[in-house]
Design a protein around this ligand. Sequence first.
Ligand SMILES: [Ca+2]
Ligand SMILES: [Ca+2]
Ligand SMILES: [Ca+2]
Length: 137
Amino acid sequence: MVGDGGDQDCDGIDGTDADGDGYAADWSGGEDCDDEDEATYPGAEEVPSDGIDQDCDGSDWVPYSAVSAGYHHNCALDPSGGIECWGYDSYGQVSDAPTGSGYTAVSAGGDHSCVLDPSGGIECWGSDSYGQVSDAP
Ligand SMILES: [Ca+2]
Ligand SMILES: [Ca+2]
Ligand SMILES: [Ca+2]
């Protein structure tokens, strides 16, 4: 019986462990999110950015390639060149961050941020009280 707390087949696991990684398949009451891959189980080492969730935490691990801290908000660059910002959003520091990918650098200022786009152009958003955004070259 799977998931009943008893290990009737004496394999050390209550459930079905088809790939033999020591974790029962999630559909059988265990925690192995892919019971056909012995490298995938809870606590497994993640291979970054391969589209596979090795450690069963619900998502592939995508490391960031750059980060910049502002006064009350921060921005980071992911490997595809996407921008992610978080923190205080009084001037749109977070919500106005550009979507899309291919950005090559990011810098967070006091209440504004700037990025380099794929063609080398400068794009800024956030507080524009001194032309930080509108006067960008
Ligand atoms: Ca398994
Ligand atoms: Ca597995
Ligand atoms: Ca992965």
